[in-house]
Design a binder for this molecule. Structure first.
Ligand SMILES: [Zn+2]
Length: 464
C-alpha cells in the first residue's frame, strides 16, 4: 500500500567541507531511481541562528514522498548509507541525525519546528517525542542532528517561503574562491526582479557565492522556482559545475522572531524581539562596534551593532535616550568582559523623543551670536555690547534622521539566512495561495536539470 513518508536530516556538515544540502542532493538522486514519488521540492529549513554549536548556517533538510511500505528498507537503508558515507563525522562539532516519519506530519513536529526557530531545544525532549510517533531514527555520536531533522519535517511552509537553487562544484574542490563573473551577476539580478539578495550594491559584493571549503558553488534565492532558474541561466562562470538542486525554504521570511519579549523573559542564545526605551545613548567601541542600552521590563540590556553591519551603524548612532524601540536580534550571554547583549539584526522605532535645540539669535548690529547676560538679565552681544530686551533663548525641535514605522535591517552582506531583506517588504500574493502544485513544479525542475548542470563555462580572458 502507498504511504506518505518524510525524511529529515541535519548536522552532517562542518566548517571544513561538506554541506547538508549536498548530502540531500545525493540522497534525492538515489531516491529518484526508486519507484517512489516526491511530493514537493526538498525543504531547506533554517533554525535559530543563535545556537552556539551550530555550523555555518544551521540548515536542516526534509524530503516528503509517497512510497509503498515494501520499499521502506531500501530507501531507509539507502539514506543511512549516504549519511555514513558523506557526513563529516571527523569534525567534533558534527553530530548527524536522520529521522523517518510515516504518515501525516503530527502537530508535535510542527510545534517543535516553531520552538526550534528561536529557542535552544534539549536533545532528550526530542528523543522522547520521537518515541511517541511512527518514526525510525539513525544518528552518529550524540545525534544532536535529530533536533533539526525533526524540526525540518515539522516545517510545513504553508505561509511565507522562498526558493534557493544551489549549484555544486566537485566535492574535492576546496579552494575558497568561486570563479564567477560579477558583472553577469549584477546584470542577471537587474533582469530578475523575483530573485533577491544576489548582490550587495551598497558594499559592492557578490552575495551568491560562499567562501568556504564546501561543495556549494553558488546559491540563488528568489520568490519563484522560475526566477532562480532564469537568474542562473544568465550568470557567467569560469569553472565547471557538478550538479544542482532546487529547495523550497523558510529563508528570508523572518520566522525566527515569532514574538515580543520583555527584558526579564529572555534567555541566552534565543532570537528575540525586545521592546524597550533607550536609557544610554549609542557609543563606539574599539573595532567600530556601536553599543547602546535599553530598559525593557525591569532590566537594562546592551544592544550591539557590530562592525560587519557597516552602514546600519549610522542608523543606530541616531538613537537618543528616551526613544522607544523594537530590537530584533540574538541574545549573547554575559561573559567576563561584557554583560548580556542583544546582537541586532533589525530595529524598528515605536516613538522618538523630541530633542529641543537652543536657537542662538544674531546681533542686529554686528551679526555676532548673542549670549546670555546672566540669569534673567536677557541676552547681549559680547562684540558690540548690544543688549536685547529678550530675556530667554527660544528652542526648536531637532529633526531626526530616523522614522517610526520603518524597518531598519542590517545590510545584505551581513544578513543571516532567516533575515527578511527590505526587498521582501511587499507582501507577495502568490505565496498566499495553496494552489501552487509543488510536486508538479519540482518535476518540471528535474526535467530542466541536465540543461542547468551543463551550464556554459566561459574561458577567462587574458588581458594584455
Ligand atoms: Zn553686536
Amino acid at each position: 500500500m502507498l504511504q506518505t513518508w518524510h525524511i529529515g536530516v541535519d548536522d552532517t556538515d562542518s566548517n571544513f567541507g561538506m554541506c547538508t544540502t549536498f548530502l540531500a542532493t545525493i540522497l534525492i538522486d538515489f531516491m529518484l531511481a526508486l519507484p517512489l514519488e516526491l511530493l514537493d521540492f526538498p525543504k531547506l529549513i533554517r533554525l535559530n541562528p543563535n545556537i552556539p554549536y551550530k555550523t555555518r548556517g544551521n540548515g536542516a533538510i526534509a524530503i516528503s514522498f509517497m512510497a509503498s511500505e515494501d520499499l521502506k528498507d531500501k530507501f531507509w537503508n539507502g539514506a543511512i548509507d549516504r549519511v555514513k558515507q558523506y557526513a563529516d563525522v571527523d569534525d567534533p562539532q558534527t553530530d548527524p541525525g536522520l529521522v523517518l516519519l510515516q504518515g501525516e506530519v503530527p502537530s508535535d513536529f510542527i510545534e517543535l519546528y516553531k520552538q526550534a526557530l528561536y529557542q535552544v531545544i534539549p536533545l532528550e525532549s526530542v528523543k522522547n517525542m520521537l518515541k511517541k510517533h511512527p518514526t525510525d531514527t539513525f544518528f552518529i555520536k550524540k545525534g544532536r542532528g535529530l533536533i533539526g531533522a525533526t524540526a525540518a519535517i515539522g516545517a510545513t511552509l504553508l505561509h511565507d517561503y522562498t526558493y534557493e537553487l544551489i549549484i555544486y562544484r566537485d566535492l574535492k574542490e576546496k579552494k575558497p574562491e568561486r570563479l564567477i563573473d560579477p558583472i553577469s551577476v549584477i546584470n542577471a539580478d537587474k533582469n530578475t526582479p523575483l530573485s533577491f539578495s544576489n548582490y550587495d550594491y551598497e558594499n559592492k559584493q557578490v552575495m551568491i557565492t560562499p567562501h568556504g571549503p564546501d561543495p556549494v558553488f553558488c546559491g540563488i534565492r528568489g520568490e519563484t522556482s522560475n526566477a532562480v532558474i532564469q537568474m542562473w541561466k544568465m550568470i557567467q562562470i569560469f569553472e565547471p559545475i557538478q550538479t544542482s538542486m532546487l529547495f523550497r525554504t523558510n529563508q528570508h521570511t523572518q520566522v525566527h522572531f515569532p514574538k515580543q519579549f520583555s527584558g526579564d523573559e529572555i534567555s541566552p542564545h534565543h532570537s528575540v524581539i525586545l521592546r524597550g526605551s533607550v536609557v544610554k545613548n549609542p557609543y563606539n567601541l574599539p573595532g567600530g562596534h556601536v553599543i547602546f542600552t535599553i530598559k525593557s521590563g525591569n532590566i537594562s540590556i546592551d544592544c550591539a551593532a557590530y562592525e560587519p553591519t557597516k552602514q546600519f551603524r549610522k542608523i543606530i548612532r541616531e538613537l537618543m535616550e528616551g526613544d522607544e524601540v523594537l530590537v530584533f536580534g540574538g541574545v549573547r550571554p554575559a561573559s567576563v568582559e561584557t554583560p548580556t547583549t542583544v546582537n541586532i539584526e533589525e530595529i524598528q522605532i515605536i516613538k522618538l523623543v523630541t530633542i529641543r535645540e537652543k536657537i542662538t539669535p544674531k546681533c542686529p548690529n554686528c551679526g555676532a551670536s548673542l549670549t546670555s547676560a546672566g540669569k534673567n538679565k536677557g541676552l547681549k552681544c559680547k562684540k558690540c555690547s548690544y543688549k536685547s530686551t529678550k530675556r530667554n533663548f527660544n528652542y526648536k525641535s531637532r529633526s531626526r534622521k530616523i522614522r517610526p514605522g520603518m524597518r531598519y535591517v542590517i545590510p545584505v552582506c551581513a544578513q543571516r539566512h532567516l533575515t527578511k531583506p527590505i526587498s521582501r517588504n511587499e507582501p507577495l500574493q502568490f505565496h498566499l495561495t495553496s494552489e501552487i502544485d509543488f510536486q508538479k513544479a519540482f518535476y518540471d525542475f528535474l526535467k530542466r536539470r541536465t540543461e542547468l548542470n551543463d551550464h556554459f563555462v566561459k574561458k577567462k580572458e587574458i588581458s594584455i
